[in-house]
Design a protein around this ligand. Structure first.
Ligand code: SF4
Length: 298
């Protein structure tokens, strides 16, 4: 598959992308590049459950967050194997055979056409999770309508200046608003099975950044005012300095207990339904190794 003018994400690069190479912002070709495919136990309990989520981590990203914990694959694009849509479909079924509760597509935006093809070969017997930074175009989300049962978008910023500074996306706020509303339109309210495993719905994640409680409080206010009933919110305190944060002194430390309690209390005061993460999870141990685990193509 060759894209002469790629406009899959809000960057709208109009880039030329061959199967193996691309000259757009994400620098990726059109064949999906996978850095890791394995059962993953560190998502929200309704996603991971006891059996694990079948996480497929894609290389490259349409955001370039300076604090990215997956910077080895998102920014450096140091690990990854290009797969055909058929090989990707086989990979999904291998994870399902291992007992995965779902197939969890992590940072997949730049490969959506190939993913649509992979999901169209044969219906999966488990839900498909689209795990995204929230920076999506509506046209691309429309391609996924009916193929994705669970959206797991971030809502990182309620401040475009901060989004520009830390992720190079000065239109993040309006793009993510439109994307989140489209995602919950597609999925409807969250529905769990008898074991408490999510089958359908949208969970919006917000990661508290050190020194940025004001951004978090404004983000939660927007979510409380705009989300439909049945869409959940997940507040994450797992920030740990990673990536290229040395130029950002406030990002060189973890979130303090005081910062976390303040934002958590605001979430409770707003009556938002969902999850709050323990601060003790702010460790590098929770960052997966990107070493082509599980990416066999036979
Ligand atoms: S997917 Fe990549 S090439 Fe396409 S518009 Fe986005 S950043 Fe540009």
């Amino acid at each position: 598959m060759i894209l002469q003018t790629c406009n899959l994400c809000p960057r709208q690069c109009g880039a030329l992308r061959t199967e193996q190479e691309g000259n757009g912002f994400c620098r990726m070709g059109t064949l999906p590049v996978v850095a890791r495919a394995a059962l993953h136990y560190w998502e929200e309990p309704c996603i991971s459950g006891k059996k694990g989520s079948g996480a497929v981590f894609f290389t490259g990203c349409t955001l370039q967050c300076v604090f990215c914990q997956n910077y080895q694959i998102s920014t450096q694009r140091a690990v990854g194997k290009a797969l055909t849509p058929r090989q990707l479909s086989n990979l999904f079924f291998r994870l399902i055979d291992q007992g995965a509760n779902n197939i969890n597509l992590v940072s997949a935006t730049q490969f959506v056409p190939a993913i649509v093809e992979a999901l169209s070969f044969k219906p999966l017997p488990v839900p498909v999770v689209y795990n995204s930074g929230g920076y999506e175009s509506l046209e691309t989300l429309h391609m996924l309508d009916g193929l994705i049962q669970i959206y797991l978008p971030d809502y990182k910023y309620h401040d475009n200046q901060l989004a520009h500074q830390l992720s190079g996306a000065s239109d993040y706020v309006e793009r993510s608003h439109a994307a989140i509303l489209e995602m919950e339109r597609q999925t409807g309210p969250c529905q769990m099975d008898a074991n408490g495993i999510l089958q359908k719905g949208t969970i919006v994640r917000h990661l508290l950044l050190p020194g940025h409680t004001k951004n978090s409080i404004a983000a939660l206010d927007w979510l409380a005012a705009n989300l439909s009933k049945g869409t959940l919110v997940s507040l994450m305190g797992q920030y740990t300095p990673c990536g290229h944060v040395s130029s950002y002194p406030e990002l060189m430390r973890k979130v303090t207990v005081r910062e976390y309690r303040k934002v958590q209390q605001h979430l409770f005061d707003l009556g938002l339904d969902g999850y709050v993460q323990e601060l003790s999870s702010a460790k590098k141990d929770y960052i997966p190794a990107f070493d082509l685990t599980g990416v066999e193509t036979e």
